[in-house]
Design a protein around this ligand. Structure first.
Ligand code: HEC
Ligand code: HEC
Ligand code: HEC
Ligand code: HEC
Length: 152
């Protein structure tokens, strides 16, 4: 085999490997979905809908306002990147044990529900204030029933 041929075959192999990783890498995300973190053993509320694509495109929110690294540092993402679920770090989906004393931030870091609510609701309140509602209600949903509609 000539050296040239081996080099050619080698680059073809590398190109194929690269193409294959491109197909398999990255995390898919639907434009709109109901959040249903499977780690919850028991649910008390109906599933909340999340307009992922509208938050990025219509509401002009940066990926890093919601997705961050293991130190809480905002991530500069683009579609097709690998993205972790919130529950991978905000792991606890059960109830707080009796007598547990944690600060607000510690609860957010530990409990999935607290992390989600702090992210969604804090921003909605801010955004509603900026939209002219001093109490921070509407148009972005802030009450339990807005996001967890009562099941019929
Ligand atoms: C307003 C908040 C918010 C913004 C902005 C946002 N995301 Fe997300 N994204 C979420 C939430 C919440 C989930 C659901 C995570 C979960 O289920 O734990 C999610 C899920 C994803 C997933 C799927 C993860 C999985 O394993 O199912 C990907 C991929 C993703 N986002 C990428 C992006 C990218 C890229 C951007 C910016 C272009 C972006 N997101 C902007 C909140 C946001
Ligand atoms: C890789 C681990 C990791 C993932 C994944 C992750 N977080 Fe966090 N998050 C953290 C850590 C660590 C902190 C605490 C950072 C600090 O100490 O300032 C944090 C902090 C927060 C805070 C509090 C911010 C503040 O400054 O008060 C919120 C709210 C939050 N995360 C929501 C989310 C949401 C929503 C998702 C999913 C879209 C998510 N996190 C995914 C690790 C993670
Ligand atoms: C950084 C800011 C920010 C975060 C974080 C955020 N939102 Fe929003 N959300 C908005 C804004 C802005 C609107 C549009 C309000 C308006 O109509 O003026 C909105 C609107 C909505 C709406 C109404 C439908 C729509 O897209 O207009 C739903 C439902 C919603 N958000 C769910 C969520 C959920 C669930 C989360 C957390 C997983 C979340 N949002 C996190 C800013 C945010
Ligand atoms: C902006 C939308 C939004 C608002 C407002 C909101 N939630 Fe949630 N809530 C969510 C999302 C998203 C989750 C995560 C569900 C998942 O990932 O499976 C969640 C999870 C929960 C969970 C844990 C899952 C379960 O069903 O047991 C509880 C409990 C809960 N919310 C109660 C409340 C209560 C009580 C209020 C009012 C004080 C409230 N939520 C307001 C969006 C919202």
């Amino acid at each position: 085999m000539s050296k040239k041929f081996v080099t050619l075959m080698l680059s073809v192999a590398i190109a194929l490997l690269f193409a294959a990783t491109c197909i398999y890498a990255g995390t898919e995300v639907a434009d709109t979905f109901k959040m249903e973190t499977k780690e919850y053993a028991k649910r008390t509320k109906s599933l909340a809908e999340f307009t992922h694509k509208d938050h990025i495109e219509k509401h002009k929110i940066a990926c890093g306002d919601c997705h961050h690294d293991d130190k809480g540092k905002p991530l500069d993402l683009k579609m097709g990147d690998n993205v972790q679920k919130c529950v991978e770090c905000h792991k606890e989906t059960g109830k707080a044990p009796e007598g547990e004393k944690l600060g607000k931030k510690e609860k957010i870091v530990k409990y999935h529900e607290k992390a989600i609510h702090a992210n969604c609701i804090d921003c909605h309140k801010e955004s509603n204030k900026k939209a002219g509602d001093p109490k921070g209600k509407g148009p972005a949903p802030t009450s339990c029933n807005d996001c967890h509609p009562k099941q019929q």
